[in-house]
Design a protein around this ligand. Structure first.
Ligand code: URA
Length: 227
């Protein structure tokens, strides 16, 4: 567990409560206490765990969360449209380091997505070497042709524009236009391209699980802190 020791203005600003230049005013407006004693000096050095604001402990020093992504929100910091970060408390969006999605889901894809301000964790889970399993529910426009399970499992499917075939993937048939597909890599638009390669089209895509994290108890747009 971190418990950093920093100037209070720098610390509050890195957690998104206020900017450094607003810190003086912030300390006047809110009861910022260290071990229960109110402070007014912006240069006072504090341990994270000792600070309260109006009797509430500070947000965690590092945040990782699991969200149930709705359709129509975009996993980007600088695209146009409704960004996934607009579903978080405003304070979270002002943190430094920034909270970012771990990988991306397309705008029209729903389901489990992790967000974190831990750059090393993000890198580990999104690097090409990462083999985190992701489970998708896939709705198709056309009925299955029959050989999809075998082709996906073979580890020989080469997507357009790629040099190496995909790793074996596990498909379970639910109905002739609905399947569960588990993949262990994350190429651009991978699921849609896998079905396009076999002449089908994905009309709805929902990620049930990312690694060990499933969104079972989260309503659309809701999130829960993992750390
Ligand atoms: N595969 C896709 O095609 N889209 C997603 O959003 C995720 C996986």
């Amino acid at each position: 567990m971190q418990n950093s020791y920093k100037r209070v203005d720098a610390h509050l600003s890195s957690l998104g409560y206020c900017s450094r230049s607003e810190a003086k005013k912030f300390l006047k407006m809110f009861q910022v206490c260290v071990n229960g004693v109110r402070i007014f000096d912006v240069d006072k050095k504090v341990y994270h765990d000792d600070v309260t604001i109006d009797d509430k402990v500070l947000d965690p020093e590092s945040i990782t969360l699991l969200m149930h992504k709705p359709s129509g929100v975009i996993c980007s910091h600088d695209d146009i449209g409704v960004l996934i970060y607009s579903l978080l408390p405003e304070r979270y969006t002002k943190r430094n380091p920034k909270i970012a999605t771990i990988g991306r889901l397309d705008g029209d894809t729903t389901g489990a997505i992790l967000l974190t301000d831990d750059g090393a964790l993000n890198h580990r889970l999104t690097s090409p070497k990462s083999d985190v399993s992701k489970l998708y529910e896939v709705t198709l426009t056309e009925p299955l042709r029959g050989d999809e399970e075998e082709i996906f499992a073979s580890g020989t499917l080469l997507l357009k524009g790629e040099k190496k075939p995909l790793l074996p993937a596990n498909m379970k048939i639910i109905t002739e236009t609905l399947v569960h597909l588990e993949i262990n890599e994350g190429k651009y638009h991978q699921v849609k391209r896998m079905f396009a390669a076999l002449g089908n089209k994905v009309i709805a895509l929902h990620r049930i699980r990312f690694g060990e994290y499933s969104i079972e108890n989260l309503a659309v747009g809701e999130y829960k802190l993992l750390s």
